[in-house]
Design a binder for this molecule. Structure first.
Ligand code: PLP
Length: 422
């Protein structure tokens, strides 16, 4: 085995949910004939209307003279010009902005964008001081856990909780009494809507975070992988927030193109330029085929339309099935709390004073044929111990209605016996 560097060793460890996926795949493979309801995936389902859109755009590309230019030639590091133009026009028109192509960078998936950001703005400066990558509300996207080459730069903050015990609902809020954004901060990142919780920070909360960062010129990356206009996986009203120090980050993965790896950063020209140089060094440029078909879907308005009329309602209905089943089958006297389903493709459950850990609960659920993800994988950067970390589960809304309902019934039985100490 060749010797690994510190970074080599660190990057060869799977972090967060990726580590659990290994256990899930093994369970599914060795489950020998057992039927599992697998509600662990972060992979969106293939919706027929969405697949058809991408097929149609592909046919159009194949029949155009543009095809050779798209796949047979290198292009600019910033991204494919017609795609950048499509984004500029769509966002200017939709949100009354004055973007130019200099405000846009296309990356191979948005995960890459957070990797650039965490290492361009986080980590050690030339003078040796450590710039932090601040996650203002923990739990948040597990993928942020692996992006910092100096992992000690990643720092997340515990939220406050709005609890409606009688209704068995709760919601996280940023804890502004604890959140510290100052000269030691390199950048701020959060997802809105949030994976894993389905939370949507309010406009006011977002503006407050951006205002804390503004005096220090700290870029705030708003991970909008589930936000409008595409894939529009918000079930509550929300408007994308733009601002001088805000980098609005999109992904087309939840709009049906995860395989094509398309991430989009929209923001200040100087920040975009730095990220573009990092990208040139790393991979020259993102692949262009996906960008070429996506420009068609955006220019025709079909992507935004299908997002609103098909993708959003599909997952919102799944959440309703899950929520209404839980309200019927879960014992009323137990302290289970469902996070408000404001968006994304997950439900997040908290079991207050759970007598076992989330990992043990995950194992018990596997035994009754239900696979979910233990919540503790979703607190990257949170240093302090917090019992809450071991009391939550993420349930993916990627099953059939029937599977979701059956899984919640099974979960209710398991949870009841756990609290009874059986
Ligand atoms: N951000 C969030 C919140 C996500 O849930 C995901 C994927 O699940 C990503 C980023 C990464 O997406 P991609 O790299 O496919 O754009």
């Amino acid at each position: 085995n060749p010797a690994l560097t510190k970074i080599g060793a660190q990057m060869s460890n799977l972090t967060g949910v990726r580590a659990i996926m290994k256990d899930i795949i093994e369970t599914l493979q060795t489950g020998a004939g057992r039927q599992f309801i697998n509600l662990s995936a972060g992979n969106p389902l293939i919706l027929p209307e969405v697949e058809q859109l991408w097929r149609d755009c592909t046919v159009d590309l194949l029949n155009s003279s543009e095809y050779g230019e798209v796949v047979c030639r290198y292009g600019s590091s910033q991204g494919y010009a017609p795609f950048i133009e499509a984004i500029v026009n769509d966002f200017n028109q939709r949100y009354g902005l004055n973007l130019t192509d200099k405000n846009i960078l296309i990356t191979p998936g948005s995960q890459t964008l957070y990797f650039y950001a965490a290492n361009v703005f986080g980590g050690y400066t030339e003078s040796g001081s450590l710039k932090q990558v601040v996650l203002p509300l923990s739990p948040d996207y597990t993928g942020y856990g692996g992006v910092a080459l100096s992992p000690e730069s990643l720092i997340a903050y515990k939220p406050t909780l709005d609890i409606n015990a009688a209704a068995h609902r709760f919601k996280y809020r940023p804890d502004f009494s604890q959140l510290s954004i100052n000269e030691n901060t390199g950048c701020v990142i959060f997802s809105r809507p949030c994976n894993p919780t389905g939370n949507v920070l309010t406009d006011e909360e977002v503006n407050k975070i951006a205002a804390l960062a503004a005096p220090y010129d700290i870029p705030v990356f708003i991970d909008s992988a589930y936000a409008p206009p595409y894939p529009a996986l918000n079930f509550t009203k929300m408007t994308p927030v733009f601002g001088d120090n805000i980098i609005h980050c999109l992904s087309l993965s939840k709009a049906g193109l995860p395989g094509e790896r398309i991430g989009i950063a929209i923001g200040d020209e100087k920040v975009i330029q730095v990220l573009e140089c990092f990208q040139t060094n790393m991979c020259i440029h993102p692949s262009r085929y996906g960008q070429a078909i996506a420009s068609r879907a955006i220019n025709s308005g079909k992507l935004a339309n299908i997002s609103e009329t098909v993708i959003r309602s599909f997952y919102q209905n799944k959440f309703t099935v899950l929520e209404s089943t839980l309200d019927v089958v879960m014992p009323k006297d137990l302290p289970w709390l469902l996070h408000l389903g404001e968006g994304a493709i997950f439900a997040w459950l908290w079991f207050q004073n759970l007598p076992i850990t989330d990992w043990e609960l995950y194992q018990l659920l596997k035994q009754v044929g239900v696979i979910v993800v233990p919540g503790s994988s979703f607190f990257p950067g949170l240093r302090e111990e917090w019992e809450h970390k071991h009391q939550c589960l993420r349930i993916s809304l990627t099953g059939s209605d029937e599977e979701i309902a059956i899984a919640m019934q099974k979960l209710a039985k398991v949870v009841e016996s756990v609290y009874q100490g059986d």
